[in-house]
Design a protein around this ligand. Structure first.
Ligand code: AMP
Length: 247
């Protein structure tokens, strides 16, 4: 009898042990996140924060397009022309790039889309690809602030580190703090292009907001609206609280 009890206890212990191990190895709930907001609203900064907290990659369609231009692919010139003018690049081109990126292994537990969808057509495209979005974060910044932010923005191309001539200047003017390499101004960060990009945002991207708000009202996703004029850390605090992010 005693031997039977010991055997049962051992079996129970093994069961509990493997149960716990099994729980740890359980698949993570997909986190498919969309960040919407005008240019320079801080989407990239908050995407990096969320990416680190949730351990899912950020996919910036702007970056995918810039890489395509840099590679000099047949589509490169048409992409560069649209970007330079502040217009949207052909959705079919983006769809091809995005599909390939989403098929990569690191996206299997979720991803953060920064800069996509930018039109109703693209939002519907995600649906038709069978990609369900669980969380939409809208970051709002007034147009005049966007203009100030963009025209003063300077980038370190290799790392993506971003500075601002007035609000976040590098230690040495025109040089990256870490490498000392020169900073550049993106060719679409001029006032003329910014005006066009804002116009594109209000006319073409605004419907994306309504599309996701409707989904939220149907219980299909979580929607968070943020004031992008707040300090970066304050915004991160709000996100951490709302999403119960790990410390
Ligand atoms: P961003 O780096 O997100 O500011 O994007 C820079 C430019 O890339 C935009 O002004 C557009 O010309 C183009 N672009 C980025 N994402 C998209 C998209 N989802 N659809 C169309 N064009 C895009």
């Amino acid at each position: 009898m005693k031997a039977l009890k010991i055997t049962l206890f051992c079996l129970l212990a093994i069961g509990v042990h493997f149960g716990i191990v099994g729980l740890k190895a359980a698949p993570i709930v997909p986190k498919n996140i969309v960040l919407v907001g005008p240019p320079a609203s801080g989407k990239g900064t908050q995407a990096a924060f969320l990416s680190q907290k949730l351990q899912v990659p950020t996919i910036s369609t702007g970056d995918l397009l810039r890489q395509e231009v840099a590679k000099g692919t047949p589509n490169g010139q048409a992409i560069a022309d649209a970007m330079e003018k502040g217009e949207l690049v052909d959705s079919r081109v983006i769809a091809t790039l995005l599909k390939a990126r989403l098929a990569e292994a690191d996206c299997k537990n979720g991803f953060i889309l920064d800069g996509f969808p930018r039109s109703l057509e693209q939002a519907e495209m995600l649906d038709s690809m069978g990609i369900e979005i669980n969380l939409v974060i809208e970051i709002n910044v007034p147009d005049n602030d966007v203009k100030k932010r963009i025209t003063g923005r300077r980038i370190h191309m290799a790392s993506g580190r971003s500075y601002h001539t007035e609000y976040n200047p590098p230690k040495v003017e025109g040089k990256d703090d870490v490498t000392g390499e020169p900073l550049i101004q993106r060719s679409d960060d001029t006032l003329e292009t910014v005006n066009k990009r804002l116009d594109t945002y209000h006319t073409q991207t605004q419907p994306v907001i309504d599309f996701y708000l409707t989904k939220q009202s149907q219980g299909g996703l979580t929607y968070i609206e943020l004031n992008g004029s707040l300090d970066i850390r304050v915004i991160q605090g709000i996100l951490a609280k709302e999403l119960k992010l790990p410390k």
